[in-house]
Design a protein around this ligand. Structure first.
Ligand SMILES: Nc1ncnc2c1ncn2[C@@H]1O[C@H](COP(=O)(O)OP(=O)(O)OP(=O)(O)O)[C@@H](O)[C@H]1O
Ligand SMILES: [Mg+2]
Length: 223
């Protein structure tokens, strides 16, 4: 599903070039659950953003779900994101003054799904993440773990084959963190491919494969 070959990525700040990824080769098959690990600053989020088509590659080849990504313009990248990818972040990134249901509906509004279908699909993903009884709650009326479930429901609503997840338990206590990881295990068992960044070993252990970055390269790849 994901094939990266010879990926290089640098950031430019004025005259200074900061090389971050220095030749990444990585293949991830449909149905895998992969953790990306490595020290702070090793390029985990940078790599995840490239995989999630949130940022452009300097050089190298990237194909996702049979499409060549490295040659696409921003508009085509946006289409790929909305068709194939769901995103989950450490800080949930929910919109504060609208309900859980409205937060979950947003990606479907961008995808031009009609109101009746939006309602049905929102109910279905709320059930999938175990939050049917919290649909009308505002984010501030939910616990951290529940807010992350709403964010996961929102990520699932366009039925993505791929979930791209950055430090999903970083803002949660260990009990809520475990529950979120069990939810990812369940979604993976249902067929969703998951690529997750974490620096925590016990969180990475939920994945079947651990890829370690060091100095912008893959240092270890263990299943
Ligand atoms: N937008 C940016 N502009 C300039 N430099 C950046 C930018 N984003 C990241 N960097 C630099 O790229 C390097 C890799 O950053 P990245 O966020 O990918 O690391 P990370 O492995 O996710 O770290 P952490 O575990 O702390 O989240 C860092 O040295 C960082 O300072
Ligand atoms: Mg990071």
């Amino acid at each position: 599903m994901i094939n990266l070959q010879g990926i290089h990525k640098s950031y430019h700040m004025g005259d200074v070039t900061v090389p971050v990824l220095n030749g990444i080769d990585l293949t991830i098959n449909a149905g895998e659950f992969v953790a990306i690990m490595g020290p702070s600053g090793s390029g985990k989020t940078t790599l995840l953003n490239l995989i999630g088509c949130l940022d452009s590659i300097d050089s190298g080849e990237y194909s996702l779900a049979g499409e060549q990504i490295n040659t696409l313009d921003d508009k085509s990248m946006a289409r790929i994101r909305s068709q194939h990818i769901g995103f989950v972040f450490q800080l949930f990134n929910l919109i504060p003054r609208i309900s859980a249901r409205r937060n979950i509906e947003l990606p479907m509004i961008y995808a031009n799904i009609n109101k009746a279908d939006r309602f049905t699909r929102t109910s279905s993903v709320l059930e999938r993440v175990g939050l049917s009884d919290r649909a009308t709650h505002m984010p501030t009326q939910l616990s951290g773990g529940q807010q992350q479930r709403v964010a996961i429901a929102r990520a699932l609503v366009n039925n993505p084959e791929l979930l791209v997840v950055d430090e999903p338990t970083g803002s949660l206590d260990s009990k809520n963190g475990e529950e979120i990881m069990q939810l990812f295990e369940k979604l993976n068992a249902e067929g969703v491919t998951i690529v997750m960044v974490t620096h925590e070993l016990d969180i990475a252990a939920y994945a079947q494969r651990q890829v370690h970055l060091l100095d912008g390269k893959i240092d270890q790849d263990k299943s």
